[in-house]
Design a binder for this molecule. Structure first.
Ligand SMILES: [Zn+2]
Length: 264
């Protein structure tokens, strides 16, 4: 049986996930620092040992923002096999890592955290199996009793990769969806591409549960509302009064950090 664990870590209250199948595991996003990467690798090995014994553990990175990928090199060193990411991630990795490290060191809010990171950006680089954005051939990994497929979309960053589990109706959407805080539109965002990506995600007929990069799991209605927000922002970009709102899922949710919870 496939199990899905979502792990929430600080800083940035970011979600990573471990999908444990009968013949392999897939970790979605490596978290913000080497410690998180090592923890995810160790936890994936424990979860695999509880099911079918040692197996391949791969990593897939949703986009090249530090909170999702700075744990990647440590995760691979601690036992991860391949790292999948968009071909754009592979091309931009050196520059985006350098820029993010520099920004983290110079922001007083993150300077303490940044002091735990390597001085040399290259220590955070990973060899990537590049996933291209072609829709002709859908790539992914076979975890035995679960197929996880990768789709390169875009909008939040220059290339956002989402992970779809067609048999369980779950989609890991990275920061294309954000719950609890406003979606982050920065210099590398494209609102029109972003809206198209959300439409593509909503076109997956089986998808009922979407795991955002930050916040609690959301449903189709939430993604639909966020698509409306992004589209509204796109159409009124010149209006400085327009900002992306923070949406929250209705109901009570455990928002502790750190936290691990399972979906199945
Ligand atoms: Zn993020």
């Amino acid at each position: 049986m496939t199990t899905i664990s979502v792990l929430r870590t600080d800083p940035a209250t970011v979600n990573s996930a471990i999908i444990t199948g009968s013949s392999g595991s897939l970790i979605v996003d490596a978290g913000p620092c080497p410690d998180t990467g090592r923890h995810l690798a160790a936890r994936a090995a424990e979860l695999q040992a509880q099911t079918s014994g040692p197996a391949r553990t791969d990593l897939v990175i949703t986009h090249d923002h530090w909170d999702h990928c700075f744990g990647a090199a440590a995760l691979l060193e601690a036992g991860g096999d391949r790292a999948f990411a968009s071909s754009s991630f592979a091309t931009d990795q050196a520059a985006s890592t350098w820029l993010a490290l520099d920004a983290l060191r110079h922001d007083p809010a993150t300077a303490d955290f940044a002091s735990q990171l390597p001085l040399d950006p290259s220590e955070l680089f990973v060899d990537v199996t590049a996933v291209d954005s072609s829709t002709q051939h859908v790539s992914g990994v076979d975890l035995g009793d679960c197929w996880a497929e990768f789709h390169v979309l875009g909008g939040h960053s220059t290339a956002d990769l989402i992970v779809r589990l067609p048999e369980s109706g779950v989609v890991f959407v990275g920061d294309l969806v954000e719950e609890g805080d406003p979606p982050q539109a920065a210099a590398d965002s494209s609102l029109s591409q972003w809206a198209n990506s959300l439409r593509r995600i909503l076109d997956f007929p089986e998808a009922t549960t979407f795991i955002p990069g930050h916040g609690v799991p959301v449903d189709r209605g939430f993604v639909q509302r966020q698509l409306g927000d992004i589209d509204g922002m796109r159409l009124h970009q010149d209006d400085t009064e327009v900002a992306l709102p923070a949406r929250t899922m209705p109901g009570d949710h455990d928002r502790r950090v750190p936290l691990e919870f399972s979906l199945s």
